[in-house]
Design a protein around this ligand. Structure first.
Ligand code: 5RP
Length: 220
């Protein structure tokens, strides 16, 4: 059972990966909210942050941290974000908070991706958590039919509109043995903006907060 303390431990451990004077990328979700809280205590250590969602932007600003546009920064030193599922090879499912597209952009533009999570997120095979796919609204049904052909069972996350004005399909019953290929295949479907598999750009470091400390996994 995930606890708030586990998330907080992982989030606080991520501070060690924040270089002095840098502009950092900040993800979205309850684990990241702990990170923003911890970052606020040392906010003069960084120059500014690039945010992955409107919700995170509000929290960063409320914490007194300047938020800047990715178009004005060049590549970032580090990106800190959570995950819905993670393997020991550091491939992830993300998008439970519907912020996957901006998260993927900031991750892609960052030299290092530090993922923070609690032990409930660690899995041997991705796919128990339904895979979020962001779609252009008019393509929703078309994309859903293509996802069924891939063996999934897509469910429209009704009432949710992403920060980009799009819809989310949550794809159930995928047993994702080759995350890299599936990420590529789903992104080829016309109307898909992106999907929540982070296999091409996986995490470089995974910090798992436990009841007693933090386990650190790194990409091999
Ligand atoms: C948001 C995400 C989050 O990182 C993911 O949902 C994990 O959230 P939490 O830290 O609340 O468990 O991908 O789109």
């Amino acid at each position: 059972m995930a606890s708030d303390d586990q998330k907080r431990r992982a989030a606080e451990a991520a501070l060690a990966y924040v270089p002095e004077g840098s502009v950092i990328g900040v993800g979205t979700g309850s684990t990241v909210n702990h990170f923003i809280h911890a970052l606020a205590q040392v906010r003069f250590k960084i120059q500014a942050a690039v945010s992955s969602s409107d919700a995170t932007t509000r929290l960063l600003k409320a914490a007194g941290i300047e938020v800047v546009d990715l178009n004005s920064t060049g590549d970032l030193e580090v990106y800190i974000d959570g995950a819905d599922e993670a393997t020991r090879q550091l491939a992830l499912i993300k998008g439970g908070g519907a912020a996957l597209t901006r998260e993927k952009i900031v991750a892609a533009a960052s030299r290092r991706f530090v993922c923070i999570a609690d032990p409930s997120k660690l899995v041997a095979v991705l796919g128990r958590f339904p895979l979020p796919v962001e779609v252009i609204p008019m393509a929703r049904s078309y994309v859903a039919r293509q996802l069924v052909k891939l063996g999934g069972q897509p469910v429209w996350r009704e009432g949710v509109t992403t920060d980009n004005g799009n819809a989310i399909l949550d794809v159930h019953h995928l047993n994702i043995l080759d995350p890299f290929s599936l990420e590529t295949e789903i992104n080829q479907i016309t109307g898909v903006v992106t999907n929540g598999l982070f296999a091409k750009r996986r995490a470089d470091v995974l910090l798992i907060g436990t009841d007693t400390g933090v386990e650190t996994l790194t990409a091999t």
